[in-house]
Design a protein around this ligand. Structure first.
Ligand code: SME
Length: 202
């Protein structure tokens, strides 16, 4: 099957079946590759394009998903930019940096230092929990990368190591409609996040 066809969505799926379908497509796409840049690039493209092709929920322009991508903790990048964190090395190593995504340009980095952190991504990352925002204008500290975004869901990417849970980043989706994401999307994305984390070397 050509790679682009992985984002084709069969007719008649409900949301739970849709997310199971994406999960299987993604597992096949990532097989044999452990590099997180490569895997997250195709994961963001697969999720974004499949959602836009999922007509009953996101297929019309008013309800479309307008951004899908990853922010990854800066310590996993080759050289944290200390100058971007007022010279504070710990802060530079704990920022979330923009990773692979689909959609319009977005903010380059997000501070996660307690006291300075703000926004949905930082809160999901620090709290290690999914955050679903019905109306982004009502979320304290929301970072507006695109003024057209109305709702958002952010899912942490967590890795179990030595009995501890470590967050390596977040998966973030934006929608042009209020309340764009439901509990079904939350459950589906959590499974996708687990798959992505397990498929990569960090
Ligand atoms: N809205 C996010 C920032 C990232 S963009 O939506 C792509 C936040 O508040 O953290």
């Amino acid at each position: 099957m050509p790679h682009a066809d992985s984002a084709l969505v069969p007719q008649g799926l409900d949301k739970a079946a849709f997310w199971d379908h994406i999960h299987d497509q993604l597992a096949a796409l990532l097989e044999g590759q452990r590099n997180w840049v490569t895997n997250l690039a195709n994961a963001s493209s697969l999720i974004y394009n499949s959602l836009l092709a999922f007509e009953p929920y996101f297929g019309d322009k008013e309800r479309a998903v307008n951004w899908c991508g990853f922010y990854i903790v800066s310590s996993l990048f080759p050289s944290p930019r200390i100058s971007q964190a007022d010279g504070n090395e710990a802060e530079a190593r704990s920022q979330l940096l923009l990773g692979p995504f689909c959609g319009k340009p977005a903010c380059q980095f997000i501070n996660t230092t307690p006291g300075k952190a703000r926004g949905v991504c930082a809160d999901a990352f620090l709290g290690r929990r999914v955050i679903r925002v019905h109306n982004v204008n009502e979320y304290p500290g929301h970072i507006a990368c695109d003024g057209e975004t109305k709702s958002e869901i952010v899912c942490p990417l967590t890795l179990g190591a030595n009995g501890e849970e470590i967050a390596v980043g977040v998966l973030d989706l934006d929608c042009l409609a209020f309340g764009g994401f439901t509990e079904d999307d939350e459950r589906g994305l959590e499974k996708i996040a687990d798959l992505v984390v397990a498929a990569c070397d960090w």
